[in-house]
Ligand binder design. Structure first.
Ligand code: G3I
Length: 367
């Protein structure tokens, strides 16, 4: 594997950019810091999702990830459909590359994700539809978790298990649930705990941010699931709250409602990750600087609340630069691509400043 060390050229350029840019609405200079450095000062972790192909094809981008992030999350490379496209034939080459990058550069590696209804290889989906045979899943879990036992200390064990409107308990009628019943979540967590006794195990969910009927129901359904798991003594360490902000709903972001939700999660003894942070825009006709400002303000509103809660330990951006973002390909948001901390030229935007400011606020609160 090619080994990378940040070039002084890139570092100098970044320092100049940051030094030159003071974001008036945030009222503070960002001189001399990176997100991971400020996160360190706050005893938190900042990271982003990356893809191995992008990381290694683009030296400047890699330098940016190296300097800004204390953790990386494989965007695709650990998902079941990616790892085991054919039954029993595992492909860990891309995940291995990311694991090597993480360990060579002192980054944490977050395991995303083991059970996700949206990443079941077609052969496995066909088998699960025919037979309730947990070994179809447990082989993949065992191969993957064991391989990265010393490299991955946090896992999204179950991704997106809630979907309102399908069942009274709010659980998603996924192929896992259809095959094994609602106990599959607890079963998976227990299984991963045995394979990786020291890892922190998470459930990761989206659609929890806004003061909207659907999000309200989803928060309640998730809390009900988490309370049940805790009551049963299931080894669950925390919850990932996907931070996919949507500007069309931003007027429905209620800081008190979100703070109350975080308090209830923290009250269950759960660690909280603000995972998958990005911003879906809704007004591409506006000038770029206004679009960027609006996105920054949405992130600021979210993170200002998040960092007030001590259970929040990690903030993960779903990508670092608009140069590589899933947003433009994402259905109704196609073409809306100013949702990450750095623009396509790898220059900072108000989202970056909002994250910096939130982390700095938390650092100042330390005793
Ligand atoms: O690489 C293939 C390419 O060879 C092929 O021609 C093309 C045809 O569709 O597909 C390409 O793969 C795509 C891959 O991204 C790489 O671009 C997949 O179809 C596409 O499904 C995949 O999308 C990813 C998606 O998860 C599904 O794995 C997104 O990049 C990724 O950002 C997204 O991330 C999810 C989180 O894991 C869970 N939460 C929601 C989040 C956003 O959807």
């Amino acid at each position: 594997m090619e080994r990378f060390r940040p070039s002084s050229l890139v570092a100098t350029r970044r320092a100049l950019l940051i030094g030159a840019m003071t974001l008036p609405f945030l009222g503070q200079s960002l001189r001399g810091s990176t997100l991971t450095k400020t996160a360190d000062e706050a005893d938190m972790l900042f990271g982003c999702a990356v893809r191995a192909d992008q990381l290694f094809a683009d030296r400047d981008f890699r330098a940016l990830v190296t300097s800004e992030c204390g953790e990386i999350t494989p965007e695709l490379e650990l998902k079941w459909a990616f790892v085991e496209p054919d039954a029993g034939k595992y492909n860990f080459s891309s995940a291995d590359v990311l694991a090597a990058f993480a360990s060579e550069n002192g980054k944490a590696l977050h395991g995303h994700t083991l059970l996700w209804h949206d990443s079941i290889p077609p052969w496995a989906a066909a088998q699960l539809a025919q037979q309730s045979d947990w070994t179809i899943i447990s082989r993949f879990i065992a191969e993957t978790v064991t391989r990265y036992r010393d490299k991955i200390s946090t896992w999204d064990v179950v991704n997106e298990p809630i979907l309102i409107g399908q069942r009274d308990d709010g659980l998603r009628a996924s192929p896992f649930l259809e095959a094994f019943g609602s106990g599959y979540v607890a079963h998976a967590l227990k299984e991963v705990r045995k394979l990786a006794p020291k890892a922190k195990l998470f459930i990761n969910e989206f659609g929890l941010l806004y003061d909207l009927p659907q999000d309200r129901l989803k928060r309640e359904a998730l809390l009900q699931l988490l309370e049940t798991l805790k009551k049963w003594g299931v080894p669950l360490s925390g919850i990932g709250i996907q931070g996919h902000l949507e500007l069309q709903h931003q007027s429905n972001f209620n800081q008190q409602v979100f703070a109350d939700f975080l308090n209830r999660l923290g009250g269950l003894g759960l660690e909280i990750r603000i995972s998958e942070l990005d911003v879906k825009e809704n007004r591409t006709e506006l000038p770029a600087d206004i679009r960027d400002q609006r996105a920054g303000e949405a992130v600021k509103a979210l993170l200002d609340v998040a960092v007030e809660n001590k259970a929040v330990g990690t903030i993960t951006s779903w990508g670092l630069s608009d140069r590589y973002s899933w947003l433009p390909g994402a259905g109704e948001t196609a073409g809306y691509n100013r949702g990450l901390p750095f623009n396509t030229d790898l220059k900072i935007k108000p989202i970056y400043a909002a994250i910096q400011q939130a982390l700095a606020k938390r650092a100042r609160q330390k005793p």
